[in-house]
Ligand binder design. Structure first.
Ligand SMILES: Nc1ncnc2c1ncn2[C@@H]1O[C@H](COP(=O)(O)OP(=O)(O)OP(=O)(O)O)[C@@H](O)[C@H]1O
Length: 256
C-alpha cells in the first residue's frame, strides 16, 4: 500500500508551485496512470516521490514506512524509478539488468540475483541482446533494458515515466501487459506517466488527472469521462465501446 499525502513543490522557493497538495493512495498490485498536459507536473511528482526533488510539504509512505526518512539502500529496495530519458550506459545488457539487484548484493551477486536477472531478461524477450552494449541499442531496446533493471530490483513501488514513448505499438502492449502482470503477481504498486489514454485505459486500474498543479480527479474508469479529458487536455473526445473496451476517439479540430 502506498500513501501520498499533501505533496507541494516549487523548483524555486519563491516561484509558483508546480505541485500543490497532491494526495492519493495505491493498493498493492494496482497500476495507476498519471495524466495531464505537457508541463502539468507529472515527472516532477515522480521525482518528489523518489526524493530526486525535495517536496516542500507532504509525505510518501510505502507499507506504512515513511519514504522521506529511509536510508538510500532501504529506499532502493522499496522504490524503483525509470526516468523519461534513460541515457546511454556503457555496459552489457546483462550487467545493466543485474545492476537492479545492487540494493541486495553485498560483495558479489548471489545465485538468486542471477536467477532473477535471467528470468526478467527472458520475460522481456531480451535474450538476444545480453552481450550487446546498452549504448549501441535502439531507443526502444534501451527503454526495455531500463524497465528490466527496475523489475529486477523487485521494488514495492515502481515509478515509470513514459515507459512506452520509444516503443512500437506491439511492444507498447507487450511491455504494459508484462508490467501489469508482474504488478498483480508480486503485489507491486505501479505509477505510470502515460500520454496515450487508450493504453492507460487498457492497462491501468486508476487514473490521476493533474491540472493547474492540483489533482483534478483520481479514481477508476468512471473518472475517465469526456468532460475530464476536455477540461484537462482542452480537447474534444468521444468515448465509444469496442468489444467491451472503452476507446477514446479525439476530435482535436473541434474547439471546446
Ligand atoms: N529543473 C527544473 N527547473 C525549473 N523548472 C522546471 C524544472 N523541471 C521542470 N520544470 C518546470 O516544471 C513544470 C512541470 O514539469 P514536468 O516535467 O514535471 O511536467 P510534465 O507534466 O512531466 O510534462 P511533460 O508531459 O511535457 O513531460 C514545467 O513548467 C517545467 O517547465
Amino acid at each position: 500500500m502506498v500513501n501520498v499525502e499533501g505533496i507541494t513543490f516549487a523548483y524555486n522557493r519563491t516561484g509558483k508551485n508546480v505541485l500543490e497538495q497532491i494526495g492519493f493512495d495505491i493498493e498493492e498490485g494496482q497500476c495507476i496512470a498519471v495524466l495531464g498536459n505537457n508541463g502539468a507536473g507529472k515527472s516532477t511528482l515522480l521525482k518528489c516521490i523518489d526524493r530526486i526533488c525535495h517536496a516542500q510539504e507532504g509525505s510518501v509512505a510505502v507499507d506504512g514506512k515513511d519514504v522521506f526518512s529511509m536510508h538510500s539502500s532501504e529506499m532502493a529496495q522499496n522504490i524503483a524509478y525509470v526516468p523519461q530519458n534513460t541515457g546511454a550506459i556503457n555496459m552489457t545488457v546483462y550487467d545493466a539488468v543485474l545492476l537492479g539487484r545492487r540494493p541486495y548484493i553485498k560483495w558479489d551477486a548471489a545465485k538468486e540475483d542471477r536467477e532473477i536477472t535471467s528470468n526478467i531478461i527472458c520475460k522481456m524477450k531480451l535474450e538476444d541482446y545480453i552481450l550487446r552494449n546498452v549504448s549501441e541499442l535502439s531507443g526502444g531496446e534501451a527503454q526495455k533494458v531500463a524497465l528490466a533493471r527496475a523489475l529486477a530490483q523487485e521494488p514495492r513501488l515502481l515509478l515509470l515515466d513514459e515507459p512506452t514513448s520509444n516503443l512500437d505499438p506491439h511492444n507498447q502492449h507487450e511491455v504494459l501487459r508484462l508490467v501489469r502482470g508482474i504488478a498483480k503477481e508480486r503485489k507491486i504498486s505501479v505509477i505510470i506517466i502515460i500520454h496515450d489514454l487508450n493504453l492507460a485505459i487498457r492497462y491501468c486500474d486508476r487514473f490521476l488527472f493533474l491540472d493547474g498543479a492540483k489533482v483534478y480527479s483520481y479514481g477508476g474508469i468512471e473518472t475517465m469521462t469526456p468532460e475530464a479529458i476536455e477540461e484537462v487536455y482542452k480537447m474534444h473526445v468521444h468515448i465509444i465501446e469496442y468489444m467491451d473496451i472503452p476507446v477514446i476517439v479525439p476530435f482535436p479540430d473541434v474547439k471546446v
